[in-house]
Design a protein around this ligand. Structure first.
Ligand SMILES: [Zn+2]
Length: 278
């Protein structure tokens, strides 16, 4: 396993020492924690293959659900790991491994697109228990599923997904078009609100509709990996097939043939996000 950068973060875990000047000042009465602060915050590092859409979406999750809103059982903070021009899938797995604080959960989001290193990315993710959210053809399918279901093979191209997304809501009318970009601005975030339950349902439906025939969303594994206990069987290196089947696909369902599919719902379910309608 590579280094986790624990050293550089060691200081951030320690309480800052007060200066002598501070110690001479009268102590303030202790502040009682707000109810939402009484539970430890869950911290996740999530590598994004893309440079804008995925990080924007993760920041949206932090803002909308991270404080425990909508029945989320534990406060959380996602640290998106990204870089300009994005990562290849295997680079995304390596990047989150290098950037995450020791003991924190690591996830990687990557797409089918035209990548050749997906088997390598899955293998490396399985070896160090980095959770994978694979999307075929792309993460943008997850956005579309907020508005509608999708069926039929998409191949490596996201053109059809983008076309449907542009028609699904006015905020996405210029998505991936000149002047429209692929980021999630305020209007696009608002367009997603109230629809997360539908998106999860549609994405789970794609597992069950998988051409393999034996894949079922209710076979998924959502239990987080306990990185504070390296002896935990969940933490030990997994076979690539077993790791890639955590989304409910059969052990022998080839990842590259899961078309269309997206595992992003697993991240939300893991966080306890099930719906955001009042
Ligand atoms: Zn399958």
């Amino acid at each position: 396993m590579s280094e986790w950068g624990g050293q550089q973060h060691q200081g951030s875990r320690k309480r800052k020492r007060r200066s002598n000047k501070d110690e001479e000042q009268p102590l303030e009465p202790p502040r009682l924690p707000e109810p939402s602060e009484s539970k430890a915050q869950r911290v996740l590092y999530v590598a994004c293959e893309g440079e804008s859409t995925e990080p924007d979406y993760l920041n949206y999750l932090n803002k909308r659900f991270g404080d425990g809103s909508y029945g989320v059982p534990q406060r959380f903070m996602i640290h998106p790991v990204k870089k300009g021009n994005g990562y290849t899938p295997s680079r995304a797995v390596a990047a989150v491994r290098d950037k995450a604080v020791e003991g924190c959960e690591t996830w990687a989001l990557f797409d089918r697109d035209d990548h050749h290193d997906i088997p390598q990315a899955l293998k490396e993710a399985a070896e160090d228990s980095t959770e994978v959210c694979y999307s075929h053809p792309s993460f943008d399918l997850w956005l579309l599923l907020h508005f509608q279901q999708l069926s039929g093979r998409q191949g490596k191209s996201s053109d059809n997904v983008h076309e449907k997304l542009r028609k699904a809501h006015p905020a996405f009318r210029r998505f991936d078009k000149p002047g429209g970009g692929k980021g999630l601005d305020e209007s696009r975030r608002r367009a997603l609100e109230g629809k997360v339950g539908a998106a999860i349902g549609h994405a789970k439906g794609l597992v069950t509709q998988c051409e393999h025939g034996s894949c079922k969303a209710n076979q998924r594994v959502t239990k987080p990996v306990d990185r504070d206990d390296p002896g935990n069987p969940d933490y030990l290196p997994q076979s690539t097939r077993k790791w890639a089947a955590r989304s409910g696909h059969a052990l022998d369902c080839e990842v590259l043939k899961r078309d269309p599919s997206t595992d992003v719902w697993r991240l939300l379910e893991s966080l306890g996000i099930t719906a955001d309608a009042d």
